[in-house]
Design a protein. Structure first.
Length: 108
């Protein structure tokens, strides 16, 4: 019974690590995409001060994701990230989607 329990815990840990890695990859992707959009974003879509503020939040988000990666890599046990910690990241991704939509509607 101990071996089965140990194997189940190990499998759960691998699954949790895989899911977390995938989620962090998604956050990285969307934060980078937001930065790319801001580099070419017309002022008619978002003013300069708004762009600078969003860029700063995206860079902070990327730093937070990198720190989370470092902490999980340093742990010998599976690590979870609280929803409280990820909620602002989800909000940033939603903002990037909104920005992408607005930029995409601009005439060429």
């Amino acid at each position: 019974m101990d071996a089965a329990n140990s194997a189940a815990k190990r499998d759960a840990g691998v699954l949790m690590d895989t899911l977390l890695r995938s989620l962090l990859d998604d956050f990285d992707h969307w934060f980078q995409r937001g930065e790319q959009l801001l580099e070419t974003c017309p002022l008619s879509v978002m003013g300069a001060s708004e762009q600078a503020e969003l860029m700063a939040r995206l860079r902070e988000g990327r730093k937070a994701v990198a720190a989370t990666r470092a902490l999980t890599a340093a742990s010998s046990q599976p690590v979870a990230v609280s929803m409280e910690a990820m909620t602002p990241w989800h909000g940033l991704v939603t903002e990037v989607w909104g920005l992408a939509s607005k930029v995409g509607r601009q005439p060429s």
